[in-house]
Design a protein around this ligand. Structure first.
Ligand SMILES: Nc1ncnc2c1ncn2[C@@H]1O[C@H](COP(=O)(O)OP(=O)(O)OP(=O)(O)O)[C@@H](O)[C@H]1O
Length: 366
């Protein structure tokens, strides 16, 4: 079951254009994530796929068929919501088969589907309970089971885990992904959570104010972001984006403070105005144990994580750098440290925030 979105545009009555030129192909069996900040248009796209809202222009195709003007019921999709949407006076089992009963599916088939869905989501023991006696995670499982028995090939999920605590959310991510892979379902999944997007998605669409910022596989978005917006969206702590210029083969901060030497064989490099470097690509050592080289700075903040440490270091140039190391550090605020930037992992952007590929850029540490 493929979904094709062709140039979707949505304007609400107040004249606000909330979707602009949304085009994408969601392949069969893909776990497709729509991610972005609140108000970026994720739910609007999901609702347009489901047929809950009309769009102003563009097309929604499902398996090659134009569904743009079809009713939700004719699109053969199932939906899982953030608030579970369970019926309080029906038991778990009754909630799960509710749609099947409404469609007069024979009782024995209902029971068969119910059994297999309960097993898949791990709720066999809870089937006679009412929703109010279930935990948040169990309620979301009922909601998922209800979508599974509908036999829809495509399941749309709108922030299904956002009411759960962090630990349960992490467990449910794995469970949903495992069920999706086992059944080969096509899932379109809305979240504002970058970790959920990274860990669950086969493909991610990152939205920015109703427009597509980038579509790609999770690690491609992380390693090769098209723009500073994408670079900044993924990663915790966020990537360091520094205003820089290149002068006489030296990459300098805007204020002239030299970062490193770069051998340049390309005029294009003159356009580099923003350097992106991720916190994990910066090494930090105590000033006293270093044997020269690198940049010096002062520790401003330390956040011990147990399995690592997050730091903020202020360079002598007054620039702040977020740094993440994978060990516990014996450092304190105000300590002097040396910093080394891992040049292989630098990203360069032009003044519009568009990433530049500089094939001829050669590092030459002086
Ligand atoms: N019925 C409506 N009438 C007018 N504007 C609306 C309506 N529904 C949504 N919007 C606007 O459309 C934009 C996109 O909303 P949407 O719900 O798709 O965003 P979202 O990315 O899903 O956000 P969230 O994560 O907060 O749910 C927002 O600016 C919102 O205010």
């Amino acid at each position: 079951m493929t979904i094709e979105l062709r140039s979707l545009k949505k304007i609400y009555a107040n004249g606000e254009e909330v979707l602009t030129e949304i085009s994408a192909t969601i392949e069969t069996g893909q776990f497709y994530i729509l991610v972005g900040a609140s108000g970026s248009g994720k739910s609007t796209i999901l609702n347009a796929i489901a047929g809950f809202i009309p769009i102003n222009s563009g097309k929604v195709l499902i398996n090659g068929h134009d569904m743009t003007n079809k009713k939700p019921a004719d699109r053969h999709l199932a939906m899982v919501f953030q608030n579970y949407a369970l019926i309080p006076n029906l038991t778990v089992a009754e909630n799960i088969v509710f749609g099947l009963s409404a469609r007069h599916v024979p009782k024995n088939i209902q029971q068969e589907k119910l059994r297999s869905a309960l097993t898949l989501v791990g709720l066999v023991e809870q089937q006679a309970k009412y929703p109010r006696f279930l935990s948040g995670g169990q309620r979301q499982r009922v909601s998922l089971a209800r979508a599974l028995v509908s036999d829809a090939d495509i399941i749309l999920m709108d922030e299904p885990l956002s009411n759960l605590d962090a630990k349960l959310r992490a467990e449910m991510r794995k469970e949903i992904r495992a069920i999706q892979q086992k059944l080969g379902l096509t899932v379109v999944y809305v979240t504002h959570d970058q970790t959920e997007a990274m860990t669950m998605g086969d493909q991610i669409m990152l939205l920015n104010n109703g427009k597509i910022e980038q579509i790609g596989r999770p690690l491609d978005l992380y390693n090769a972001p098209a723009t500073t917006f994408v670079a900044d969206f993924f990663g915790n702590p966020a990537i360091n984006l520094l205003r820089v210029r290149l002068a006489h083969q030296t990459l300098c901060l805007d204020n002239g403070y030299p970062l490193c030497q770069l051998s340049v064989v390309d005029d294009q490099t003159e356009q580099v105005t923003i350097l992106g470097i991720r916190p994990e690509n910066i090494q930090v050592t105590l000033e006293t144990v270093t044997n020269g080289g690198g940049l010096s700075g002062t520790v401003e903040q330390i956040e011990p994580l147990g399995d690592g440490t997050n730091l903020v270091v202020v360079l002598d140039s007054k620039e702040r750098l977020r740094i993440k190391v994978h060990q516990q550090l014996g450092l304190a605020v105000s300590d002097s440290v040396m910093i080394r930037l891992n040049l292989n992992n630098m990203l360069f952007f032009d003044q519009n925030g568009t990433r530049m590929l500089l094939p001829n850029l050669v590092e030459s540490v002086g």
